[in-house]
Design a protein around this ligand. Sequence first.
Ligand SMILES: Cc1cc2nc3c(=O)[nH]c(=O)nc-3n(C[C@H](O)[C@H](O)[C@H](O)COP(=O)(O)O)c2cc1C
Length: 242
Amino acid sequence: MNEVIKLLKSHTSIRKFNEKKITDEQQQHIIEAAMQGASAGNMMSYSIIKIQSKSTLSKLAKSCDNQPFIENANLALLFVADNYKWHKYFKQRGISDTFTDYKGPSISDLMLGTEDAMIAAQNAVIAAESLGIGTCYIGDIMENYEYHKELFNLPKYTMPIALVVMGNYDTKPQIRDRFDKQFVVFDETYPSITDKFIDDMFSKEESNDADFAKKFYKRKIDAPFFKEMIRSIKLYLNEWER
Ligand SMILES: Cc1cc2nc3c(=O)[nH]c(=O)nc-3n(C[C@H](O)[C@H](O)[C@H](O)COP(=O)(O)O)c2cc1C
């Protein structure tokens, strides 16, 4: 197994950071690795906002569903799906004079911007991990539309997709299990998903707790943070043209 595969297979999220700083050189490597990720049409329909100020980290620790460890990160990178810059460019060059049906970025532009942003984010995570730096994604950045828009001065046609918090750490948690390959990887076409498939897929979880489905639903899907995420994401989606 080569070193990259070893690194990828030893991934765990880190939620306890120590005081040691990420150096400027490390930060530069992480950002340049992020930016070298594949990007649809090489449009790079995303922006990266670097967050190091304690005050902003502390605000995010509250606004991202009260996760105090965010405040102790040394660096956070906010990956924003960004169709605004290309939209501004098209407007500045009078594109809609020639292409009169152009109104602004569409939902498909947002999908591509989201893919670009996540690829960049994951490159940053891998680069950081290769430097011995711990990372954790914070999906709750998609909540609180109004608050995060204002906090980061985000214009129309931009949406925060992933926040990655980073820092050095003392101990690495155990690697978390994944679903077995047979439930995730299919040959050539999508299989018919039988009741047995589902029973088998969740057998490990349910052998530990027969009520796993209900408890998981209550903890995640039925939780206030999830309802807030639905509300907030709908507001972002409304900004894009259909
Ligand atoms: C899109 C996304 C959003 C996530 N949001 C959070 C979060 O808000 N808080 C958190 O502690 N972990 C978050 N995580 C980390 C996951 O909980 C973690 O990746 C998962 O439990 C598997 O654990 P591992 O990364 O240690 O293997 C997120 C991961 C992803 C990919």
